[in-house]
Design a protein around this ligand. Structure first.
Ligand code: PAF
Length: 251
Protein backbone atom coordinates (compact mmCIF):
# COMPACT_ATOMS: atom_id res chain seq x y z
CA UNK A 1 0.00 0.00 0.00
CA UNK A 2 1.53 3.26 -1.17
CA UNK A 3 1.22 6.24 1.21
CA UNK A 4 1.44 9.70 -0.38
CA UNK A 5 1.64 12.99 1.43
CA UNK A 6 2.72 15.44 -1.27
CA UNK A 7 1.35 16.09 -4.76
CA UNK A 8 4.66 14.85 -6.16
CA UNK A 9 4.31 11.52 -4.25
CA UNK A 10 0.78 11.24 -5.58
CA UNK A 11 1.83 11.98 -9.17
CA UNK A 12 4.42 9.16 -8.95
CA UNK A 13 2.03 6.68 -7.27
CA UNK A 14 -0.68 7.33 -9.85
CA UNK A 15 1.59 5.72 -12.45
CA UNK A 16 0.69 2.42 -10.75
CA UNK A 17 -3.02 2.83 -11.45
CA UNK A 18 -4.37 0.09 -13.68
CA UNK A 19 -7.91 -0.73 -14.78
CA UNK A 20 -10.90 0.78 -12.94
CA UNK A 21 -10.01 3.11 -10.09
CA UNK A 22 -12.36 3.45 -7.08
CA UNK A 23 -11.79 6.22 -4.53
CA UNK A 24 -13.03 6.59 -0.93
CA UNK A 25 -12.56 10.06 0.63
CA UNK A 26 -12.51 10.07 4.46
CA UNK A 27 -11.56 12.20 7.43
CA UNK A 28 -9.96 9.24 9.22
CA UNK A 29 -10.99 7.77 12.62
CA UNK A 30 -12.19 4.90 10.46
CA UNK A 31 -14.92 2.48 11.57
CA UNK A 32 -17.03 -0.29 10.05
CA UNK A 33 -19.03 2.28 8.07
CA UNK A 34 -15.89 3.41 6.24
CA UNK A 35 -14.74 -0.19 5.85
CA UNK A 36 -17.99 -1.05 4.04
CA UNK A 37 -17.18 1.73 1.52
CA UNK A 38 -13.64 0.42 1.06
CA UNK A 39 -14.83 -3.20 0.72
CA UNK A 40 -17.34 -2.21 -1.96
CA UNK A 41 -14.68 -0.21 -3.77
CA UNK A 42 -12.34 -3.22 -3.53
CA UNK A 43 -15.00 -5.56 -4.98
CA UNK A 44 -15.84 -3.28 -7.89
CA UNK A 45 -12.44 -1.91 -8.97
CA UNK A 46 -8.93 -2.96 -9.96
CA UNK A 47 -7.27 -0.13 -8.06
CA UNK A 48 -8.52 1.38 -4.77
CA UNK A 49 -7.44 4.66 -3.20
CA UNK A 50 -8.46 6.29 0.07
CA UNK A 51 -7.79 9.82 1.30
CA UNK A 52 -7.54 10.80 4.96
CA UNK A 53 -7.83 14.53 5.56
CA UNK A 54 -9.70 16.30 8.34
CA UNK A 55 -10.99 19.19 6.26
CA UNK A 56 -11.07 22.39 8.37
CA UNK A 57 -13.22 24.33 5.88
CA UNK A 58 -16.24 22.12 6.59
CA UNK A 59 -16.15 22.70 10.37
CA UNK A 60 -18.10 25.75 11.44
CA UNK A 61 -17.05 25.37 15.09
CA UNK A 62 -13.40 25.36 16.13
CA UNK A 63 -14.16 23.05 19.10
CA UNK A 64 -15.72 20.43 16.81
CA UNK A 65 -12.57 20.45 14.64
CA UNK A 66 -10.27 20.29 17.70
CA UNK A 67 -12.22 17.36 19.18
CA UNK A 68 -12.47 15.41 15.94
CA UNK A 69 -11.04 11.95 16.71
CA UNK A 70 -7.91 10.66 15.00
CA UNK A 71 -6.39 7.16 14.83
CA UNK A 72 -3.97 7.29 11.90
CA UNK A 73 -1.84 4.23 12.75
CA UNK A 74 -4.91 1.98 13.22
CA UNK A 75 -6.55 3.46 10.10
CA UNK A 76 -3.51 2.67 7.93
CA UNK A 77 -3.22 -0.88 9.31
CA UNK A 78 -6.91 -1.54 8.62
CA UNK A 79 -6.70 -0.11 5.08
CA UNK A 80 -3.70 -2.29 4.36
CA UNK A 81 -5.64 -5.37 5.55
CA UNK A 82 -8.52 -4.41 3.27
CA UNK A 83 -6.18 -4.41 0.26
CA UNK A 84 -6.12 -0.67 -0.45
CA UNK A 85 -3.52 0.28 -3.06
CA UNK A 86 -2.95 3.95 -2.27
CA UNK A 87 -3.61 6.27 0.68
CA UNK A 88 -3.40 10.03 0.18
CA UNK A 89 -2.61 11.98 3.37
CA UNK A 90 -2.37 15.63 2.36
CA UNK A 91 -2.01 18.58 4.73
CA UNK A 92 -3.90 21.87 4.51
CA UNK A 93 -1.35 23.75 2.39
CA UNK A 94 -1.21 20.86 -0.11
CA UNK A 95 -4.97 20.88 -0.68
CA UNK A 96 -5.51 24.61 -0.26
CA UNK A 97 -2.63 26.44 -1.99
CA UNK A 98 -5.20 29.25 -2.46
CA UNK A 99 -5.97 29.25 1.31
CA UNK A 100 -9.66 28.72 0.45
CA UNK A 101 -9.91 31.83 -1.76
CA UNK A 102 -11.92 29.75 -4.24
CA UNK A 103 -14.86 27.60 -3.23
CA UNK A 104 -17.77 25.60 -4.61
CA UNK A 105 -21.13 26.85 -3.41
CA UNK A 106 -24.62 25.44 -3.93
CA UNK A 107 -27.60 27.72 -3.40
CA UNK A 108 -30.51 25.50 -2.52
CA UNK A 109 -30.35 22.14 -0.71
CA UNK A 110 -27.01 23.05 0.94
CA UNK A 111 -28.80 25.81 2.84
CA UNK A 112 -31.29 23.38 4.41
CA UNK A 113 -31.03 20.77 7.21
CA UNK A 114 -27.33 20.57 8.24
CA UNK A 115 -26.45 23.48 5.97
CA UNK A 116 -28.91 25.71 7.83
CA UNK A 117 -27.44 24.76 11.21
CA UNK A 118 -23.80 24.67 10.09
CA UNK A 119 -23.36 27.67 7.76
CA UNK A 120 -20.63 27.10 5.18
CA UNK A 121 -20.37 23.38 5.96
CA UNK A 122 -21.31 22.16 2.50
CA UNK A 123 -19.16 24.79 0.75
CA UNK A 124 -16.23 23.20 2.58
CA UNK A 125 -17.34 19.65 1.74
CA UNK A 126 -17.96 20.32 -1.97
CA UNK A 127 -14.72 22.28 -2.34
CA UNK A 128 -12.53 19.60 -0.80
CA UNK A 129 -14.34 16.83 -2.69
CA UNK A 130 -13.89 18.51 -6.09
CA UNK A 131 -10.18 19.04 -5.31
CA UNK A 132 -9.78 15.38 -4.30
CA UNK A 133 -11.69 14.15 -7.37
CA UNK A 134 -9.37 16.18 -9.65
CA UNK A 135 -6.23 14.96 -7.89
CA UNK A 136 -7.16 11.28 -7.63
CA UNK A 137 -8.65 10.94 -11.12
CA UNK A 138 -10.81 7.93 -10.16
CA UNK A 139 -13.75 6.65 -12.24
CA UNK A 140 -15.85 5.90 -9.15
CA UNK A 141 -16.18 7.40 -5.67
CA UNK A 142 -17.95 5.87 -2.67
CA UNK A 143 -20.06 7.71 -0.07
CA UNK A 144 -22.22 6.53 2.83
CA UNK A 145 -25.98 7.11 2.93
CA UNK A 146 -25.69 8.23 6.56
CA UNK A 147 -24.58 11.60 5.18
CA UNK A 148 -27.43 11.61 2.68
CA UNK A 149 -27.50 15.38 2.21
CA UNK A 150 -23.76 15.35 1.46
CA UNK A 151 -24.21 12.44 -0.97
CA UNK A 152 -27.02 14.19 -2.80
CA UNK A 153 -25.07 17.49 -3.06
CA UNK A 154 -21.97 15.70 -4.37
CA UNK A 155 -24.11 13.94 -6.99
CA UNK A 156 -25.54 17.33 -7.97
CA UNK A 157 -22.07 18.87 -8.25
CA UNK A 158 -20.79 16.03 -10.43
CA UNK A 159 -23.75 16.49 -12.77
CA UNK A 160 -23.52 20.29 -12.81
CA UNK A 161 -19.81 20.28 -13.69
CA UNK A 162 -19.94 17.29 -16.12
CA UNK A 163 -17.39 15.45 -14.02
CA UNK A 164 -16.42 12.01 -15.37
CA UNK A 165 -16.91 10.16 -12.09
CA UNK A 166 -19.63 7.81 -10.91
CA UNK A 167 -20.92 8.34 -7.36
CA UNK A 168 -21.76 5.09 -5.57
CA UNK A 169 -23.98 5.19 -2.46
CA UNK A 170 -23.41 2.62 0.28
CA UNK A 171 -26.05 1.86 2.96
CA UNK A 172 -25.56 3.10 6.52
CA UNK A 173 -23.88 0.65 8.87
CA UNK A 174 -25.55 0.46 12.31
CA UNK A 175 -24.76 -0.93 15.72
CA UNK A 176 -27.14 -3.68 16.90
CA UNK A 177 -29.03 -0.93 18.78
CA UNK A 178 -29.67 0.86 15.47
CA UNK A 179 -27.24 3.71 16.16
CA UNK A 180 -25.59 4.75 12.88
CA UNK A 181 -21.81 4.35 13.02
CA UNK A 182 -19.98 7.66 13.13
CA UNK A 183 -16.45 8.69 14.09
CA UNK A 184 -18.07 11.05 16.61
CA UNK A 185 -19.69 8.11 18.51
CA UNK A 186 -16.30 7.47 20.17
CA UNK A 187 -16.86 10.69 22.16
CA UNK A 188 -20.10 9.40 23.75
CA UNK A 189 -20.18 8.05 27.31
CA UNK A 190 -21.71 4.54 27.66
CA UNK A 191 -24.97 6.12 28.97
CA UNK A 192 -25.18 8.59 26.08
CA UNK A 193 -24.44 5.80 23.62
CA UNK A 194 -27.40 3.83 24.98
CA UNK A 195 -29.62 6.86 24.72
CA UNK A 196 -28.36 7.66 21.23
CA UNK A 197 -30.06 4.54 19.86
CA UNK A 198 -33.35 6.35 20.49
CA UNK A 199 -32.51 8.54 17.53
CA UNK A 200 -32.98 5.69 15.06
CA UNK A 201 -36.03 4.34 16.87
CA UNK A 202 -37.75 7.74 16.69
CA UNK A 203 -36.55 8.37 13.15
CA UNK A 204 -38.45 5.27 11.96
CA UNK A 205 -41.54 5.79 14.11
CA UNK A 206 -44.96 6.65 12.65
CA UNK A 207 -45.10 9.85 14.74
CA UNK A 208 -45.03 13.25 13.04
CA UNK A 209 -41.74 15.17 12.73
CA UNK A 210 -42.95 17.56 15.47
CA UNK A 211 -43.73 14.65 17.81
CA UNK A 212 -40.33 13.03 17.19
CA UNK A 213 -38.63 16.37 17.88
CA UNK A 214 -40.56 16.72 21.17
CA UNK A 215 -39.79 13.11 22.18
CA UNK A 216 -36.07 13.57 21.55
CA UNK A 217 -36.00 16.85 23.48
CA UNK A 218 -37.78 15.14 26.37
CA UNK A 219 -35.13 12.40 26.32
CA UNK A 220 -32.39 15.04 26.74
CA UNK A 221 -31.28 15.64 23.14
CA UNK A 222 -30.48 19.11 21.88
CA UNK A 223 -32.33 18.82 18.55
CA UNK A 224 -31.28 20.80 15.46
CA UNK A 225 -34.01 19.43 13.20
CA UNK A 226 -36.39 16.59 12.42
CA UNK A 227 -37.62 17.04 8.87
CA UNK A 228 -39.14 14.84 6.19
CA UNK A 229 -38.28 15.65 2.58
CA UNK A 230 -39.60 13.47 -0.25
CA UNK A 231 -40.45 10.62 2.11
CA UNK A 232 -37.03 10.56 3.75
CA UNK A 233 -36.84 11.71 7.36
CA UNK A 234 -33.69 13.53 8.45
CA UNK A 235 -32.62 14.15 12.03
CA UNK A 236 -29.71 15.98 13.68
CA UNK A 237 -29.40 16.13 17.45
CA UNK A 238 -26.65 16.45 20.05
CA UNK A 239 -26.13 14.57 23.25
CA UNK A 240 -23.26 15.39 25.64
CA UNK A 241 -22.31 18.00 23.04
CA UNK A 242 -21.76 15.32 20.38
CA UNK A 243 -23.74 16.03 17.22
CA UNK A 244 -25.32 12.97 15.58
CA UNK A 245 -27.15 12.80 12.26
CA UNK A 246 -29.22 10.09 10.64
CA UNK A 247 -31.88 9.61 7.98
CA UNK A 248 -34.23 6.90 6.80
CA UNK A 249 -36.84 6.36 4.11
CA UNK A 250 -40.25 6.28 5.76
CA UNK A 251 -42.37 3.17 5.19
O1 PAF B 1 -17.90 12.38 4.84
C1 PAF B 1 -16.75 12.77 5.13
O2 PAF B 1 -15.98 12.11 5.82
C2 PAF B 1 -16.28 14.13 4.60
O3 PAF B 1 -17.32 15.04 4.57
C3 PAF B 1 -15.57 14.04 3.25
C4 PAF B 1 -16.51 13.57 2.15
C5 PAF B 1 -14.37 13.10 3.35
C6 PAF B 1 -15.05 15.43 2.85
O4 PAF B 1 -14.16 15.94 3.79
Amino acid sequence: MKICKSLEDLRQAKKLIHGKHGFVPTMGALHAGHFSLVKKAREENDFVSVSIFVNPTQFNQASDLENYPSSLEEDLAALKDLGVDLVFLPDFSTLYPDEYRFKISENDFSKKLCGHHRPGHFDGVLTVVIKLFHLMGAERAYFGEKDFQQLSLIRGMVEAFFMPIEIIAVPTVRETTGLALSSRNSRLSPEARDKASLLYEKLRSKSSDQQVLADLQKAGFDVDYVETIENRRFVAASIEGVRLIDNEVLP
